[in-house]
Design a protein around this ligand. Sequence first.
Ligand SMILES: C[S@@+](CC[C@H](N)C(=O)[O-])C[C@H]1O[C@@H](n2cnc3c(N)ncnc32)[C@H](O)[C@@H]1O
Length: 202
Amino acid sequence: MDPDFLKLYEQIKNHTLVDIYRCHELWSLAKQVGDVEGDVLEVGVWRGGTGAILASAVRDFPDKQVFLADTFKGVVKAGQQDTRYTGGEHSDTSRDIVSDLMETVSLGNTTLLQGIFPDDTQHIVPSKIAMLHCDVDVYSSSKDIVDWCLPRLSVGAIMVFDDYGFFGCEGVTKLCNELRNTRGLRFMHNLNGHAVFVKFAN
Ligand SMILES: C[S@@+](CC[C@H](N)C(=O)[O-])C[C@H]1O[C@@H](n2cnc3c(N)ncnc32)[C@H](O)[C@@H]1O
């Protein structure tokens, strides 16, 4: 693995629920969106670990901002499609925990969005998206985020969904499977628990 990534991972590993392989994949994909128009959006930040990885990976692209959206009150919009989550999980975090981490790793390219995305905070994010990391655990939340993002994705943009295929996250798996027929998107299932979509055409 990239030594820069490994150094960063040591700093953030206590701030993430995501394993090192998926963290590395996020790092490596984010490094490829430098020439894709738009910003980076993560919905589902928790204590900031994966957000810090994304922000660090794109720090050399001066026009890229990283928007980190979380309720900081846990999972929302759990419903019948979801087998494990009922709402409120992962509330053991705060906006301060995340902003402190961003300061520790010297990341000035991040904006924290507090509230449900897209409902409460969509107006703060500019109109073009180069990369989305969606890590919100349940179907309806993921669907609302994707419905917001799809018309804003630039050609070349990447969407990564955490928990694809994971026991207990059947809602996320269902949503990703529905997306697989979307025109202009290529799909890859990385068996580590990521669904990756690349927008190749309008
Ligand atoms: C599994 S955690 C995210 C893990 C994080 N990416 C990491 O590095 O460990 C899921 C997070 O999604 C947040 N969340 C769920 N639905 C959301 C929504 N629609 N808008 C904002 N935050 C949401 C929850 O508050 C929770 O912190």
